[in-house]
Design a protein around this ligand. Structure first.
Ligand SMILES: CO[C@H]1[C@H](O)[C@@H](O)[C@H](O)O[C@@H]1C(=O)O
Length: 694
């Protein structure tokens, strides 16, 4: 066992339960022979063969136990008069009903792709040991574009990737498509993911040249039966680099003609191409502002090029200017809010979950809810750039859920981020949830066994942003390891607390961006200097003899005023703000009293220690779960947990040693001093890790 099969393992059901399942799933009857129906049928056959035994082929109504697969327009399904309308383009229905008096399970949808999604759901029911004898369930995704963003370079390195080389083998494409691409598509389709941006947002214009379009087309052909569209990141200056123009000014007719021709060229090869993802005027990337133009000018120009083909432009709001801002957290909102209502209908503004950058904890980004007349998409990071890479066990479900459940209050109570993202709040139809992928060519795909759960939970939340991430973790653990509750309960408990533990040992109480410079691995709270203040840790912690924290209240940067008044007022008010965000919004003296009665300093130290103890606990829990897990996967996880334990200690000790130089206070009773000196931690050469920018 090496984790290659992800959550699609299809291992045999226990003998005691097998018969009942096998009786219901004795045969498969696909109602058509389209490419998607073929893969739906093949997946069902593969799954059932592994789980309960190979199914036969038989038409519905000729015997009991037939599973009928079909779309609304297939005659075999049409005559059943099923209520499919409300399922939309991608939803499905699974229902047990008699056909000619024979017990039949029908998996039906408006389009074939819904049938494939239904097949994965049906298999999941068996994988998680749910009853299937009498089914009546329906599900439809709440978000239209459920996408992975790969930060994969054309040379197969992956920016912020910790799982080996890119899975996209541009050298061999288009002549050879690695079979792994099919497994990638299966895994995504099992979650309902329907889009993949193939290349890094820090894009090379080469990805838009004819040879690369051919390569992308080969991938698109492979993914198409699985309902996955390909997208490309577009470098804004491509008209100069590959178009022979002198400018990329979005109002220049030659530039507009370049993009139009480029779009036409792409759609000729890839008729269902999804569109462009663009990082413009951010971190040195080119953009419309280079020509005195705006985000609207840039995005709408591209939107016009792909629009006639049905394509979209996903324009990122992760921007920050070259001038030193007083507070980087304010920049996205400042640059975008005023453009609300001006972006073309096929433009989506893709906003990171928080206003800084994928930190272990951030308050939700103030743009959510602030642009009701625009399509606003969510960008989460699945790869754990700031969360210990692949060796720290951190289940991101609670992080994603915390943001999605956050209440923007823009239309009163209940105006959650989830309702902005799924379009409910403002009646938007073109909705996006994107996750920066953690996928690479490691056998286990994601760098570690447990990082597979982060891909999984992202996909499930993209389907339903209001889903419960503990329930999702349970499904994942059952499908990936075992249904034995003696495993599932402790493993899921361990996962659910793991993110808070990382917050505790890395950046407790609202601290943020204290990671080592550039690679973002390990503690570097002392990082200062360099080209930009907002790339340093000291800029964010603002530690001094007087205290610690970033004042974002009206007396400070006033970032709190970017939120709806009740939310902003709460963040700015020490009596209201949640302690988890305390130092994100406030600069406070070391003796400030926390809810626990501890001083801020004592409380900080205790949080760091609590994080370390949690990882101790995970080590113990995992050791006790050995009887339920195959040896190779158990050993890998155990090794990584040891690394995490040592590094949690490193985080605690280095952070305490550094901040103590300002607090000048002793550690609270019972707390061990850092194992080594501050100089030792500052002098450490970080562990080598790929993708870390070294
Ligand atoms: C792709 O670049 C990344 C960069 O590696 C990352 O450190 C930064 O936080 O975010 C950037 C972005 O999201 O554009």
């Amino acid at each position: 066992e090496d984790g290659y099969d992800l959550w699609l393992r299809y291992k045999p059901v226990e003998a005691s339960a097998k018969g009942a399942y096998a009786a219901r799933a004795a045969a498969i009857a696909p109602a058509s022979d389209t490419p998607t129906m073929k893969v739906a049928r093949a997946e069902l056959e593969r799954g059932l063969t592994g789980l309960v035994g190979k199914p036969a082929s038989a038409a519905a109504g000729t015997r009991d136990g037939v599973i009928l697969l079909g779309a609304a327009s297939d005659p075999a399904v049409a005559k059943l008069n099923l209520p499919l309308k409300s399922l939309g383009e991608d939803g499905y229905l699974i229902r047990t009903l008699p056909v000619n008096g024979k017990a039949t399970t029908v998996i039906a949808a408006n389009r074939d792709i819904g049938v494939l999604y239904g097949v994965f759901r049906y298999l999941e029911l068996i994988q998680t040991r749910q009853p299937v004898a009498s089914l009546d369930l329906a599900s439809a995704p709440k978000v239209k574009l459920r996408m992975l963003n790969h930060w994969d370079n054309l040379n197969r390195t992956v920016e912020r990737g910790y799982s080996g080389q890119s899975i996209f083998d541009w050298w061999k494409l288009p002549d050879h498509v690695d079979p792994r691409m099919v497994d990638y598509a299966r895994a995504n389709a099992s979650l309902g993911i329907n889009g993949a941006v193939l290349n890094n947002v820090n894009a090379k214009a080469d990805s838009l040249t004819a040879p690369f379009i051919d390569k992308a087309a080969a991938l698109a052909d492979t993914f198409r039966p699985y309902g996955i569209k390909v997208y490309l990141s577009a470098r804004f200056s491509a008209p100069i680099e590959i178009g022979g123009l002198k400018t990329a000014d979005p109002l220049d007719p030659a530039v507009r003609a370049f993009w139009k021709a480029k779009a036409d060229e792409i759609y000729k090869e890839i008729p269902d191409f999804g569109g462009f993802l663009v990082k413009a005027n951010s971190e040195g990337q080119p953009g419309p502002q280079d020509y005195g133009r705006t985000h609207v000018d840039g995005a709408n120009m591209l939107a016009q090029a792909v629009g006639p083909h049905g394509g979209v432009v996903i324009w990122r709001a992760f921007v920050y200017s070259h001038e030193q801002p007083d507070d980087r957290a304010k920049q996205g909102y400042t640059e975008f809010k005023a453009f609300d209502g001006q972006f073309a209908d096929n433009v989506v503004i893709q906003v990171k979950n928080g206003a800084i950058d994928f930190q272990p904890r951030e308050p939700f980004h103030p743009l959510f809810g602030a642009m009701p007349k625009s399509n606003i998409g969510m960008e989460f990071q699945i790869t754990k750039e700031y969360l210990g890479f692949a060796t720290h066990l951190v289940y991101l479900g609670p992080l994603f859920e915390e943001t999605l459940k956050a209440d923007t209050m823009v239309k009163g109570k209940g105006s959650t981020v989830a309702k902005v993202v799924d379009g409910q709040l403002d009646g938007r139809k073109l909705t996006v949830m994107a996750g920066v992928a953690n996928i690479g060519s490691d056998r286990n795909w994601s760098g570690s066994q447990f990082d597979q759960a982060n891909w999984y939970v992202f996909g499930r939340l993209a389907w339903d942003p209001e889903a419960d991430t503990r329930a999702i973790a349970r499904d994942w653990a059952k499908m990936t390891f075992t249904n034995d509750e003696r495993f599932v309960k402790p493993a899921v408990d361990m996962m659910m607390g793991s993110r808070e533990a990382a917050v505790d040992y890395m950046t407790p109480l609202g601290l943020h961006h204290q990671m080592g410079e550039g690679h973002h691995y390990g503690p570097g709270p002392w990082v200062s200097g360099g080209p930009r203040a907002d790339w340093t840790s000291v800029y964010y912690a603002k530690a001094g003899p007087d205290g610690i924290g970033f004042d974002r209240t009206p007396t400070g940067s006033d970032a709190t005023s970017q939120y709806a008044p009740p939310v902003g007022a709460c963040f700015a008010d020490l009596k209201c703000v949640d302690e988890k965000d305390l130092l994100w919004f406030h600069h406070l003296p070391w003796d400030y009293r926390l809810n626990s009665g501890d001083t801020l300093w004592d409380g900080m130290v205790k949080h760091y220690s609590r994080g370390v103890s949690y990882v101790d606990g995970m080590n113990r829990t995992w050791a006790s779960l050995a009887p339920y897990v195959d040896a190779p996967r158990h050993a890998e996880v155990a090794d990584f947990l040891k690394i995490q334990r040592n590094e949690a200690q490193w985080w605690r000790d280095a952070s305490i040693a550094w901040f103590q130089t300002f607090s000048k206070r002793p550690l609270p009773a019972g707390e061990k001093p850092p194992e080594k000196s501050l100089e030792y931690y500052q002098g450490l050469k970080f562990r080598f890790a790929p993708g870390n920018g070294l």
